[in-house]
Design a protein around this ligand. Sequence first.
Ligand code: ADP
Ligand code: MG
Length: 249
Amino acid sequence: MSTAIIEALNLDKYFDQHHVLKQVSLSVARGEVVVIIGPSGSGKSTFLRCCNGLEVAQLGSIRLCGQQLLQDGKLLTEPDLNILRRQAGMVFQSFNLFPHLSILDNVAIGPHKILKQGRAFARQLALELLEKVGLAHKAQAMPASLSGGQKQRVAIARALALQPEVMLFDEPTSALDPELTREVLEVMKQLAQDGMTMIIVTHEMNFAREVADRLVVMEDGVIVEQGPTRTLFSSPTHPRTRALLQHAL
Ligand code: ADP
Ligand code: MG
């Protein structure tokens, strides 16, 4: 049996005439940390969104946790789609916390409303996750009182509360100052060390070098190079990889 958590095969995605993913294939094994790099507009976000069915590629297939999410360009239908989609937690650049709910409730609402866990159980789980991201002391605070880094850590806890098999991060620190970026990357590094399967789109090359098992380089809708992180840093072959990594070398 395959241990791949995500298997994307030959994805082609168009927005009208605009071909934004071109025969993209990527397989991610359980426990693997993959970092995707590439210039703006190269299709990184679109690829991540395809992996949990937020976008639909017109051609190709995706298996998520061994289940067919997309087959020959056809997306799984509800209600199975919603159940499968929970296996892939997503964290975006913008935190999108519920402004009228406390930090604790922001994290507990998913397990309670979606996983139908009892309120007390959901709140206990939420508290444990807030502990994990270093924010248990903010459980009763409201989102507006938090820094951007703290909000993003809550967003990570909220995604984890649905007990996903894989976490997808789309430039989680791009909106943050360096100081706040560090605390978010620290949480992500801890997650990686705990064995979480992760796909991360980021420009933080030092983080990538330290945490990623594999680097994937995208340009203009194509994966132009991929390989073990150390190999790409030490001997990049594609000019785009060289350009992206040169400042970090
Ligand atoms: P990246 O995340 O690498 O910056 P994106 O996946 O966001 O790239 O975008 C890839 C291309 O697809 C870009 O040219 C972008 O303008 C286009 N695109 C992304 N989302 C949409 C959309 N919802 N409608 C039309 N075009 C889009
Ligand atoms: Mg993007």
